[in-house]
Design a protein around this ligand. Structure first.
Ligand SMILES: Cc1cc2nc3c(=O)[nH]c(=O)nc-3n(C[C@H](O)[C@H](O)[C@H](O)COP(=O)(O)OP(=O)(O)OC[C@H]3O[C@@H](n4cnc5c(N)ncnc54)[C@H](O)[C@@H]3O)c2cc1C
Length: 406
């Protein structure tokens, strides 16, 4: 690639593109091992409305292993020990985390900007950690078939970063994987999500709630002062909804969650409602010489089960465990990069497989059904037998092949 002269140039051992859960956790863990690391994040802060909010027991276990759990839990957050689904007016308990073999037997809800700020604050304690905000990576620098760095655009002008390893942790629309020419397998999703907030009042239910009626599906996340609502729509159907009008949309919401009552009026225009497009895909190969992708950049996750953040964290832990020692002294061989994919591909496939099952068996039928909806037999079965609620709790809370900080 031809790279015109850049105004600034930096050298580091590992350059991580993207300061999301995967990138920030990897930056923190590598710096903790003494590896010189630079995280480039395109935004000026972590304060964006959508980032997903769930911190699962597997991630809390990582916090425990890092000795940060108590401090982490002292930050404002909400907790839930169960996940319930309201189908056609009947509440069904689906998952019970109270028996997990982890220190925390609950899911926490914390705005992701607080979670990322927490990681950044602790990472900065290590002299090898560097974070550069407002640095948007626009190209890879390659020499003799090997990625040797990235070019970023910053308010001060172009920035070239040369490094022994570039890690693409830049999410589901990853520029790194695109520029690297890594082959993507599109798995597909039948839905998109409308993301909005409605205030919360004392006396409202106090747990994570999924609500299902014919044609409609709403997930409500308790954020203390307000409900973060995710309303699922068939992919590409927002324009139809808009044609029906905002008033019609508000009454759909009120019908799904009657306790919201007049509060749906807080949605005053379509600007209060954000469209989040859902992508599910996976890279065939997560690496090439000098470059590795992790998190959503390697495997974009569906929101089903709310596990993407936690999988991204697990990728980061595995990457630091596998590559940390080698990276401390120099470039890593392609065989070592392959080990990361080997370790994390199976949990990814299994998790995405379950998400696709949920999409096909529950979400798609609900969004396309005209008549009254009844819960699939598996959900009724789980709700009936408390012992079996431990299975979804394990899959959601811990997942496949949990990683441990070395
Ligand atoms: C609608 C929806 C709801 C979801 N809800 C949940 C949930 O509740 N719980 C859950 O666990 N998962 C949820 N997920 C999945 C979750 O959002 C992802 O799996 C998770 O965020 C992946 O983390 P990541 O660090 O790999 O990527 P991201 O979180 O996407 O972070 C990537 C980072 O890279 C930065 N970046 C991007 N491009 C560049 C660039 N060129 N240069 C520099 N920086 C760049 C971005 O600004 C961002 O900060 C949801 C997904 C969707 C679509």
């Amino acid at each position: 690639m031809n790279t015109p002269h850049a105004s600034t140039s930096l050298q580091t051992r590992c350059c991580i593109v993207g300061g999301g859960p995967a990138g920030m956790m990897l930056g923190f863990l590598l710096a903790r091992q003494g590896v010189e690391v630079l995280v480039l994040e395109k935004h000026a802060d972590f304060l964006r409305d959508f980032r997903g909010d769930t911190i699962h027991p597997s991630t809390l276990e990582v916090m425990y292993e890092l000795g940060l759990l108590d401090e982490f839990l002292s930050r404002p957050h909400q907790q839930t020990q169960t996940v319930s689904l309201v189908v056609g007016g009947t509440t069904l308990k689906l998952a019970d985390f109270s028996h997990l073999p982890t220190h925390c037997k609950f899911i926490t809800f914390m705005p992701q900007w607080d979670f990322l700020d927490f990681l950044a604050d602790h990472a900065r304690a290590y002299p090898h950690f560097h974070l550069r905000m407002q640095a948007e990576v626009i190209a890879l620098i390659e020499e003799k078939g090997r990625v040797v760095g990235v070019r970023a655009s910053t308010p001060e002008g172009p920035l070239d970063v040369r490094s022994d390893l570039v890690v693409g942790a830049d999410g589901r629309h990853s520029i790194v994987r695109e520029r690297a020419g890594l082959q993507v397998m599109d798995i597909g999703a039948p839905m998109d999500v409308l993301w909005m907030r409605v205030s919360k009042l004392p006396g409202d239910p106090s747990q994570l709630l999924g609500r299902i009626e014919a044609w409609q599906m709403l997930v409500m996340i308790d954020r203390g002062q307000y409900w973060q609502c995710a309303y699922l729509i068939p992919k590409g159907s927002l324009e139809t909804l808009k044609r029906e009008g905002l008033a019609a949309f508000r009454s759909k919401l009120a019908g799904l969650a009657p306790f919201l009552g007049e509060r749906v009026g807080e949605l005053q225009s379509w600007d209060d409602i954000k469209l989040l497009t859902v992508v599910v895909d996976r890279l065939k190969q997560w690496f090439k010489p000098g470059l590795l992708c992790i998190g959503d950049a390697a495997h974009a996750m569906s929101p089903a089960g709310g596990v993407g953040i936690n999988l991204a964290i697990q990728d980061a832990v595995a990457t630091a465990n596998i590559l940390g020692a080698s990276l401390k002294v120099g470039p890593v061989e392609i065989e070592e990069l392959a080990l990361v994919q080997k370790r994390r591909e199976w949990p990814t496939r299994m998790t995405q497989g379950l998400q696709v099952l949920l999409q096909n068996r529950l979400i798609d039928p609900v969004l396309t059904s005209r008549g009254p909806v009844s819960a699939p037999w598996i959900i009724r079965w789980l709700a009936q037998w408390p012992l079996f609620r431990r299975i979804p709790a394990r899959l959601i809370g811990v997942g496949f092949r949990p990683e441990h900080v070395r």
